[in-house]
Design a protein around this ligand. Structure first.
Ligand code: PBG
Length: 325
């Protein structure tokens, strides 16, 4: 049946009709809100490269999380900024790590009303800014695994629901799963940053977390933006090693990867709309070049349409407010 019998514009006539036939819907329930926790007390400091996002000290983070839960958002993802950095990223692990402190504070403030996810990586904690320990100028994969497991234990013991390794070392999911299971923490889930690309779009985050590598770059462990088949291998391996959920990161420049991952795997799939994706929209909106709300909603809808079940996004609160209207 073709024109004039078929007229696709017929179903675009009104807002009600368009909404009636909408294929993809956004809900606050699909969002995870990233938060940055820093030392000190009484701190809520805006991050210059990511307007509208803040560094919170441990004593302030509970209040912020109550606000996140009030928006209908089910989950937060924590990043830590340590007091000091060293070669081995010691600030990432131990029961008094900044993130473990934040987990306890959040649990105290919101109880079970939020899922607490913790990013597991060393780059915020190492003096050289790489995601693992460096030996002879190179990131040593196998020597890093025990430290990532140690960090995961620190967060899980503090009460985290989900640990999310973002370092891209080979074998980290197995090492973390084993460590959790051996410590009677088999109930803690793993969301692996399975297909994480060596992307320029992490730029604003590295300013927020002060985690830019002091030499070289991350291309020997993060993925080449040119590859999609390799992403499927990464995801398959993480699933075999015990990942409960997998992630593609960044999101919008990698919608094809999200789509392929959705088709090939049955695990819950997350996508990370990263700092650069957020800040590009915010900056263009500040100059009057893009409508902030529409760019936010269109980008989030596209990520869901591609196949992501959940989206990690700095827009989580703003988008949830809009969706509640
Ligand atoms: C840690 C990590 C990074 C991001 C999430 N976890 C930075 C990086 O890999 O350089 C980026 C998040 C963002 O840009 O919003 N490895």
């Amino acid at each position: 049946m073709t024109f004039p019998t078929t007229r696709l514009r017929r179903l675009r006539k009104s807002e009600l009709l368009r909404s009636f036939v909408q294929e993809t819907r956004l809900s606050p329930k699909n969002f995870i809100y990233p938060l940055f926790v820093c030392p000190g007390s009484g701190v809520q400091r805006e991050i210059a490269s990511m307007p509208g996002n803040y560094h919170f000290s441990v004593d302030k983070i509970g209040e912020e999380c109550r606000d996140v839960a009030a928006h209908g958002i089910p989950a937060v993802l924590l990043f830590g900024i340590p007091e000091s950095k060293d070669e081995k990223g010691s600030g990432a692990y131990g029961d008094d790590s900044i993130v473990a402190q934040a987990v306890r504070a959040i649990r105290g403030a919101v109880g079970d009303k939020l899922l607490i996810l913790c990013d597991v990586c060393l780059c915020e904690y190492t003096s050289h800014g790489h995601c693992g320990v460096v030996q002879n100028g190179d990131v040593d994969n196998d020597a890093t695994l025990a430290l990532l497991a140690e960090a995961s234990l620190s967060y899980a013991r503090a009460g985290a629901d989900i640990v999310a390794p973002s370092d891209m070392m080979d074998g980290r999911v197995r090492a973390i799963r084993r460590a959790l299971d051996e410590s009677s923490l088999s109930h803690v889930s793993i969301l692996s940053y399975a297909a994480k690309y060596a992307s320029v779009f992490y730029g604003p985050f590295r300013e927020a977390a002060d985690s830019a590598p002091q030499f070289g770059d991350r291309r020997s462990y993060q993925m080449d933006p040119a590859n999609v088949r390799e992403a499927l291998r990464e995801i398959a391996l993480d699933i075999e090693e015990g990942a409960d959920m997998v992630m593609v990161k960044p999101a919008m420049p990698y919608l094809d990867v999200i789509c392929r991952a959705r088709q090939e795997f049955n695990h819950p799939l997350a996508a990370y709309q990263v700092s650069g994706e957020y800040s590009m929209i915010v900056a263009a909106a500040q100059r009057g070049w893009l409508d902030r709300e529409r760019a936010m909603m269109e980008s989030l809808t596209a990520i869901r349409r591609a196949g992501a079940d959940v989206i990690l996004t700095y827009f989580a609160k703003d988008a949830s407010r809009l969706l509640a209207c």
